[in-house]
Ligand binder design. Structure first.
Ligand code: ATP
Ligand code: SF4
Ligand code: MG
Length: 328
């Protein structure tokens, strides 16, 4: 399948010099056209840092320390987001790559009607539009995300959390981006609402043909809605697979533990056990495999040598000594 976004060897630090903490380490990730890629991992595993690092939206003291982020434009050329001029990147953002930030529903202006907020986004980016055309477009966008047109002039507090989330998605879709990155947009909402919103987004993905990076700590949602899943632990991608494969046979013990931390919406029932212990302090990363202090299946080699993400013998990507990288 066609690639649209490729992250290569991305390193992201918080702070500079000796105080720097590496929150994202040597991450490779590929997003294909039209696909939903899920990104999962415990709190603090680096999901948001990765999303904001790859789009250069990291708040200080975050800094990208290395790597490249290749974006494939429709005309077949590529650009490296990390090396583009700021002005060019600003144009690309929202128009090509839109992001819904974690906690975004709280970023709606409480004293402005949602129609006005949507129209502001449209005005800022579409020269030549008229107030009437912007209002028509705002109405159309809301209907796309399942909000009735009589809500157009509501204030945010008049909408439920789920509807506010839909407004955020409408804003992200305003400029018809090719890639939508959603960072845990729905954690504050109940599971039923989360699923409805995700279903809407995935339906729109099919109609409008964009690709999605969907970030959450709830793997059961990803299993249902994403095509592929990447699992992060302590700043690294430790496994990446087709959703069904990851769900049926997680190879990395951490993926397995994460799956057991959430009730299954479908597929095999697993005993819910979670993962004992907690993620490492990034300032004092364990030797060898970062997961070894918590791993129920650790081998002798695990606290000595770092396993690298590679294709295992069964053609899956995993960083674990239980699944040696195939020698080509
Ligand atoms: P969550 O599921 O809670 O959203 P996450 O996977 O998105 O977690 P990040 O927010 O990317 O994780 O955090 C990754 C690591 O970077 C954590 O160890 C966190 O403490 C650290 N970190 C995040 N923001 C900062 C900051 N502004 N300064 C220093 N360290 C930070
Ligand atoms: Fe566990 Fe070793 Fe695999 Fe790490 S490399 S996940 S410690 S078995
Ligand atoms: Mg986060």
């Amino acid at each position: 399948k066609d690639r649209i976004l490729e992250v290569r060897g991305l390193d992201v630090d918080y702070g500079l010099g000796p105080d720097a903490v590496r929150a994202v380490r040597d991450v490779d990730l590929t997003l294909h056209r039209g696909e939903v890629l899920g990104l999962a991992g415990e709190s603090g595993s680096g999901k948001s840092t990765l999303a904001y690092g790859m789009t250069r939206l990291l708040p200080p003291p975050g800094v990208v320390a290395g790597g490249e982020v290749i974006y494939h434009l429709d005309d077949g050329t590529t650009v490296d987001l990390l090396r583009m001029r700021d002005a060019d990147l600003r144009r690309l953002r929202w128009a090509e790559i839109a992001i819904v930030f974690q906690g975004a529903i709280n970023s709606l202006n409480p004293v402005q009607r949602i129609s006005a907020q949507l129209m502001d986004v449209l005005k800022a980016h579409s020269a030549g539009s008229t107030p009437q055309s912007r209002q028509d477009r705002a109405r159309e966008l809301l209907s796309l995300v399942g909000i009735a047109s009589d809500r157009l002039h509501s204030y945010p507090h008049q909408l439920s959390g789920g509807m506010r989330q839909r407004v955020m998605i409408a804003m992200a879709l305003a400029l018809e981006p090719r890639v939508v990155i959603m960072d845990e947009p729905t954690t504050a909402l109940d599971v039923v609402v989360q699923r409805q919103i995700l279903r809407t987004l995935v339906g729109l993905r099919e109609r409008l043909g964009f690709s999605v990076v969907f970030i959450t700590h709830d793997l059961s949602l990803l299993a249902e809605f994403s095509d592929r899943i990447a699992i992060m632990y302590a700043g690294q991608v430790v496994e990446e697979a087709v959703s069904a494969d990851l769900y049926r046979t997680p190879l990395h013990p951490y993926s397995d533990g994460l799956l057991r931390s959430f009730p299954a919406l479908k597929g095999p029932r697993r005993e819910l056990s979670g993962i004992p212990g907690s993620p490492p302090d990034l300032r004092m990363m364990p030797s060898g495999c970062a997961f070894h202090p918590r791993c129920p299946r650790a081998l002798d080699v695990c606290d000595e040598q770092v396993p690298v993400l590679g294709q295992s013998r069964d053609n899956r990507s995993v960083a674990c000594w239980l699944h040696p990288v195939a020698v080509s």
